[in-house]
Design a protein around this ligand. Structure first.
Ligand code: NDP
Length: 298
C-alpha cells in the first residue's frame, strides 16, 4: 500500500481565510463598518502572546477590525468581568475571545460564561455548548470545526463512517464528537480510562487524536485506509542538538504506512484554528447585524 497523503492544513486555512476576506468585504459594504474581533490577554504567557499577535495580524489581513486588550497578570477578576461586559455592549465588536489559560486567581468558567453567546467566537460558553449539543445553529469551537472541515475536504460525505475521538476535553474532544454526530458518523469517545485503546482505535475509519501525549497512537493501532486527524501539539527534545521540536499525538511515520491520509504536526490542524476563528467572527457579525450570509459561503 502506498504512503498516506498528508492533509495540508496550511493550504486549507489559506483558502478559508481568502473566503472570509471576500465575505468580510461584502459585510463592510452592507453594514457600513468592518466586522470586529476583540481579543483579551491577561498576563505575559509567551505562547499566548504569540497566538494573540497572530490572531490580530490575521484579523486585519482578512479586512476586519482587531481590538487587543492586554491586561497585567494581577488584574482582579472583577476588572476582567467588567471589560467583557463593555465588549458585550460595544456595537463595533462582533466577536470576543479571552485567551486561555487565565492566571490562577481568575475563575475561567465564570469569565467565559459572561461572554455574550452571540459574540462567543471561541464557542466555549455554556449557551454555545448547549446549542451544539442540541443541533441548533450557534458558534462552534475553532479547533474542532477545523478538524471536521479537513475531514470533509478529504473524505467528502462522512455518513456512516466509524469515528474514534481520543480525548473528551471541553475545548476539543467533546465538540468534535458533537460535530461528527452531526455528520452522521458512528462515534466512539475514548479517554484515559478506556480499556484496550489500540483495539478501539483499530475499528475507526476516522481517528481524531486530542490527547497531549507525544506519539502515543502507534501505526499498528490504525485501520488500513483510515483518515487520521492529529490535534496534539507536543514539544519534545530533538535528539541531535538538545533543541525542541513539535510532534503530534500520533507517530506520523508509522501511521503514514497504514492510513490513507493524515494531518502532519506542524502544518495540519494547527493553522486551521485561527482561520476558523476569523470565519466565526464574520458569521457572528452577519447575525449580529441582521445581514444574511449566503449558504455555503464559508
Ligand atoms: P486536555 O488535557 O484537556 O484533554 C486531554 C484528553 O486526553 C482527556 O480527555 C484525557 O482523558 C485524554 N487522555 C489523556 N491521557 C490519555 C491516555 N493515555 N489515553 C487515552 N486518553 C488520554 O487537552 P486538550 O483537549 O485541551 O488538548 C489536547 C491536545 O491538543 C494537546 O496536545 C493540545 O496542545 C492540543 N491542542 C491543539 C490545538 C490546535 O490548534 N491544534 C488547539 C487545542 C489543543 P481524561 O478525560 O480521562 O483525563
Amino acid at each position: 500500500m502506498s504512503e498516506a497523503a498528508l492533509i495540508d492544513g496550511k493550504a486549507s486555512a489559506e483558502r478559508l481565510r481568502a473566503r472570509v476576506a471576500e465575505v468580510a468585504a461584502g459585510f463592510e459594504s452592507a453594514a457600513g463598518r468592518k466586522a470586529g474581533l476583540a481579543v483579551v490577554l491577561v498576563g505575559e504567557d509567551p505562547a499566548s502572546q504569540v497566538y494573540v499577535r497572530s490572531k490580530g495580524k490575521q484579523t486585519v489581513a482578512a479586512g476586519m477590525a482587531s481590538f487587543e486588550h492586554k491586561l497585567p497578570a494581577d488584574t482582579p477578576e472583577a476588572e476582567l468581568l467588567a471589560l467583557v461586559a463593555r465588549l458585550n455592549a460595544d456595537p463595533a465588536v462582533d466577536g470576543i475571545l479571552v485567551q486561555l489559560p487565565l492566571p490562577a486567581h481568575i475563575d475561567e468558567t465564570k469569565v467565559i460564561a459572561t461572554i455574550d453567546p452571540n459574540k462567543d467566537v471561541d464557542g466555549l460558553t455554556p449557551v454555545s455548548s448547549g446549542r451544539l449539543a442540541l443541533g441548533l445553529p450557534g458558534l462552534v469551537p475553532c479547533t474542532p470545526l477545523g478538524c471536521v472541515m479537513l475531514l470533509k475536504e478529504n473524505r467528502g460525505d462522512l455518513t456512516g463512517l466509524d469515528a474514534v475521538v481520543i480525548g473528551r476535553s471541553i475545548l476539543v474532544g467533546k465538540p468534535v464528537v458533537q460535530l461528527l454526530l452531526q455528520e452522521n458518523c458512528t462515534v466512539t469517545v475514548a479517554h484515559s480510562r478506556t480499556r484496550d485503546l489500540p483495539a478501539v482505535v483499530r475499528r475507526a475509519d476516522i481517528v481524531v487524536a486530542a490527547v497531549g501525549r507525544p506519539e502515543m497512537v502507534r501505526g499498528d493501532w490504525i485501520k488500513p485506509g483510515a483518515t487520521v486527524i492529529d490535534v496534539g501539539i507536543n514539544r519534545v527534545p530533538a535528539a541531535e542538538d538538545g533543541r525542541t521540536r513539535l510532534v503530534g499525538d500520533v507517530a506520523l511515520a508509522e501511521a503514514r504506512a497504514v492510513a490513507s491520509a493524515i494531518t502532519p504536526v506542524p502544518g495540519g490542524v494547527g493553522p486551521m484554528t485561527i482561520a476558523v476563528l476569523l470565519r466565526n467572527t464574520i458569521v457572528a457579525a452577519h447575525r449580529n447585524a441582521g445581514i444574511e450570509l449566503a449558504d455555503g459561503a464559508l
